[in-house]
Write a protein that binds this ligand. Structure first.
Ligand code: ZN
Length: 137
């Protein structure tokens, strides 16, 4: 599914205007079309994070997929230890409820979940990989 009109999304976060992030303006020194976000939003009904890229493409990433793909050591595993969702694939209450997001440098997005988990930094390339595309499959 393609989110063709991210503008119609109501930004509901605290400080929502900061979500109009801003590639090409302040934080992103060398924006790269397609892998630099223009802004983020969220679709409460679809429970998805929305990303509009600099090239105008928009993608939706379901919260559950986003959480299961958390790149932090606890969730993804390290040093031979299994990751959080390899141990138990079920989501617990709050784990896939988005609480806030913050830009990290010019390369990633920190996602804060309702259960307090906030150690995952999603590189823009990962977000793009997780996004649903509109190519029909
Ligand atoms: Zn994590």
């Amino acid at each position: 599914m393609v989110v063709s009109r991210i503008r119609s999304i109501v930004f509901g976060w605290e400080g929502a205007t900061t979500m109009e992030l801003v590639a090409g303006k302040a934080h992103i020194d060398e924006p790269i079309e397609g892998t630099t976000p223009r802004r983020f939003g969220y679709d409460e009904a679809a429970r998805s994070l929305l990303v509009e890229w600099l090239d105008g493409q928009a993608q939706a990433i379901p919260f559950a997929r986003l959480r299961r793909s958390c790149p932090c050591a606890v969730c993804s595993g390290e040093l031979g230890r299994p990751g959080r969702f390899q141990v138990d694939p079920n989501l617990r209450p709050g784990e896939d409820e988005l609480s806030d997001i913050q830009l990290v440098g010019n390369y990633g997005l920190k996602v804060i979940w309702a259960d307090g988990h906030d150690t995952g930094i999603y590189r823009f390339e990962l977000l793009q990989h997780l996004g649903e595309n509109g190519d029909g499959d």
